[in-house]
Design a protein. Sequence first.
Length: 171
Amino acid sequence: MQTVKTDLLLKIAIAALLAALVYVIYDGMHERVVAQGDSAPAFTVVADSGATIGVPNFGGKVLVLNFWATWCPPCVQETPSLSQFAAQFKDKGVVVLALSVDRDEKVYRAFLNKYKPAFLTARDFTVHADYGTFMYPETYIIDARGKVQMKIPEPADWSDPRLTQFVGSLL
């Protein structure tokens, strides 16, 4: 009699653990991934320049939010054209913010000293997860109302006329 009761309790415990495992796997597969047309998740960061930038409160400008890392070769290749883009649109109502996921501050600072990006930069370890970003570079173009107008899940040529015209159409 005791063995039947023990077996039943063991089966119930295994079923509960299996249900918990299925839930954890399901929840992990359905992380938030921000797409075009979504509202941009709220965040506030202090850029290396000291400027505070955040969504939805970034001064009624278009925000180009770029996630990157120094160890990512396409991110490094993208930096010069992103700098040119930022300089071209700086006085037209576009803010470019590049958030690095680099853990090593020395490597990050060396990158900034070498490439001298013409856009706002900061290190941040949480915002990318709110956007569902796990591959770099990935960029979100967010309009003045806080809506994602374009998601670029790969390196971009920021001098491409299609891209500059699209951003220009948001101003």
